[in-house]
Design a protein around this ligand. Structure first.
Ligand SMILES: NC(=O)C1=CN([C@@H]2O[C@H](COP(=O)(O)OP(=O)(O)OC[C@H]3O[C@@H](n4cnc5c(N)ncnc54)[C@H](OP(=O)(O)O)[C@@H]3O)[C@@H](O)[C@H]2O)C=CC1
Ligand SMILES: O=C(O)C1=N[C@H](C(=O)O)C[C@H](O)C1
Length: 307
């Protein structure tokens, strides 16, 4: 972690850089900076004393406020990652700006590209990955990056989902024969289905069932579709601006258990991801999970006085 003090200047990518902050903190880069999560992360990162928000990385620089020297609510630099390539590219910028942690909530393809840059950069940069929807090959690539880069990937950075997952595992171990249906509901802009969280919950259920044969996941039902004993129904709904709802229904002969988590806003995900960023800075290469952050009690709710 660094605590440098420099002036506004143009970097080698000809991008305006204003290292206006003298506060200590984890030096952060945010990808997908104008996306739904990117916007939430930028605004929250600017408020936290434990974080020094340095780079906003975006394909759409016009939608990210222009750098304003001496302003705490402006990103220090905007690097377009597509379009005209810069001289040094993302790797060079991570080095020039001494980035400690890159936080990524984008798309699977974009995120692999960013993690490649983090891995190649000549500085020790860690990554927090919130992106969901990876295929198996992309998941393996992330694991190989983690051999040389500290990476914490989580399909959901809310504390409530962490608790829900533990509760689901407990119920499934206690009531292994109960039928299970998983339903997730998200905003109409969400691309991947089922949600990353639903996939994680399905993995948790599988581990808790401890069966030699895995359950079949049935995605919705139509027509003549009687339920089979070993299947888990999976349902994805998309509507409006719902930040995220996950429901796990478990039913036996004459009783029903329902565990539901409802995200009130994207702030809960951003807060968890920024706690994770502070936790991972300076750690050794490896794949980490969000539980480690929660177990360590990392909580960066201290805000800048002027925010
Ligand atoms: N783990 C968690 O807790 C959470 C995970 N998510 C996941 O985070 C991801 C992003 O979600 P959300 O913010 O709603 O999505 P948005 O579509 O709002 O934002 C995604 C951003 O990714 C960037 N992007 C898209 N395509 C490319 C590309 N080809 N190259 C470079 N950048 C690209 C763009 O940023 P720009 O325009 O700045 O270039 C875009 O705005 C999703 O996978 C979602 O499931 C979401 C919420 C919580
Ligand atoms: O895209 C979203 O919005 C969300 N995505 C994550 C997921 O796929 O599980 C987490 C959260 O539910 C919001």
């Amino acid at each position: 972690m660094s605590n440098t003090e420099t002036n506004s200047h143009k970097d080698s990518t000809n991008t305006t850089v204003s290292n206006s902050s003298t506060q200590p903190g984890v030096r952060l880069a945010i990808t997908g900076a104008s996306g739904r999560m990117g916007t939430e992360l930028r605004s929250m990162a600017n408020e936290k004393t434990a974080i020094e928000f340095v780079l906003a990385i975006t394909q759409t620089p016009d939608s990210v406020p222009a750098p304003k020297p001496d302003s705490v609510d402006a990103p220090d630099a905007i690097i377009p990652v597509s379009g005209e390539p810069s001289e040094t590219g993302l790797e060079g910028s991570l080095e020039t700006h001494n980035i400690d942690v890159l936080v990524d909530f984008t798309t699977p393809d974009a995120s692999i590209e960013y993690l490649d840059a983090v891995d190649t950069a000549n500085v020790d940069v860690a990554a927090i990955v919130g992106t969901t929807g990876y295929d198996d090959a992309q998941r393996s690539m992330i694991s190989s990056f983690a051999e040389t880069t500290p990476i914490l990937k989580a399909s959901n950075f809310s504390r409530g989902i962490a608790a829900l997952r533990r509760a689901v595992s407990e119920v499934v171990s206690t009531l292994p024969s109960y039928d299970i249906e998983v339903t997730e509901t998200h905003h109409n802009g969400k691309r991947d289905a089922p949600s990353g969280t639903a996939v994680t919950i399905l993995d948790d259920i599988e581990s808790a069932q401890n069966n030699s044969e895995s359950s079949t996941h049935v995605h919705g039902r139509v027509g003549d579709a009687p339920r089979h004993e070993s299947e888990i129904g999976v349902h994805a709904r998309r509507a409006g601006d719902i930040a995220g709802k996950h429901e796990v229904l478990m039913a036996g002969g004459d009783e029903v258990l329902e565990l539901t988590h409802r995200a009130g806003s994207r702030g809960i995900f951003a807060a968890g991801a920024l706690d994770a960023a502070v936790w991972i800075a300076g750690r050794s290469p490896g794949e980490y999970d969000f539980d480690a952050v929660l177990d360590a009690g990392t909580d960066t709710t201290e805000y800048n006085e002027d925010s």
